[in-house]
Design a protein around this ligand. Structure first.
Ligand code: S3P
Length: 171
């Protein structure tokens, strides 16, 4: 039987994509990046989807692709920061996967995302306050994961090493 998916969840800038790549490599598993699947299906960048069709449309596409991805086993799946807000998304991911939550302080997240133009939810306004506000609202959803890793002061390879160690008992 193929083993459970390893699913990375957490706020923007917590390193899900970088850690996911290392995990997929080390575990010799295919990497399924939901945000990249969305961009491939839509043939445009996430920023453009938000601008032209709004967040609600983005969430619909995200939900459809996430559900399809969660039906397969043996992958490393990376999700967008807002993917686990939806209870059905959380359920679908949990059914076939171990949920690994990455976290960081608002200040660290700020440093990591401040120069990115690819994150529509963090454009304009007072960036640090916005990160704090969104993070507070999402904390309960990330808290439903199975494993938790604080990424402050660690690079992606270090975080991946800790995740791999903890996964030995879960996979
Ligand atoms: C989002 C996070 C983004 C992307 C979209 C919405 C969010 O992914 O899915 O911009 O709601 O937090 P990352 O967490 O990979 O930046």
């Amino acid at each position: 039987m193929e083993s459970r998916n390893v699913v990375l969840v957490g706020f923007m800038g917590t390193g899900k994509s970088s850690v996911g790549k290392i995990l997929a490599d080390r575990l010799k598993r295919p990497l399924t990046d939901i945000d990249r699947m969305i961009e491939e299906k839509e043939k445009r960048k996430i920023r453009e989807i938000f601008e032209k069709d709004g967040e609600a449309y983005f969430r619909l596409v995200e939900k459809e692709l996430l559900r399809a991805a969660a039906q397969k086993l043996g992958q490393v799946i990376t999700t967008g920061g807002g993917a686990v807000i939806d209870p059905e998304n959380r359920r679908a991911l949990k059914e076939t996967g171990v949920l690994v939550a990455l976290s960081a302080t608002p200040e660290t997240i700020y440093e990591r995302v401040k120069n990115s133009r690819q994150r529509p939810l963090l454009q304009g306004g007072d960036l640090l306050s916005e990160i704090r506000r969104l993070l507070e609202g999402r904390r309960p959803f990330y808290a439903e994961a199975d494993l938790f890793f604080d990424t402050d002061g660690k690079n992606a390879a270090q975080v991946a090493g800790l995740v791999l160690e903890a996964l030995k008992e879960k996979l």
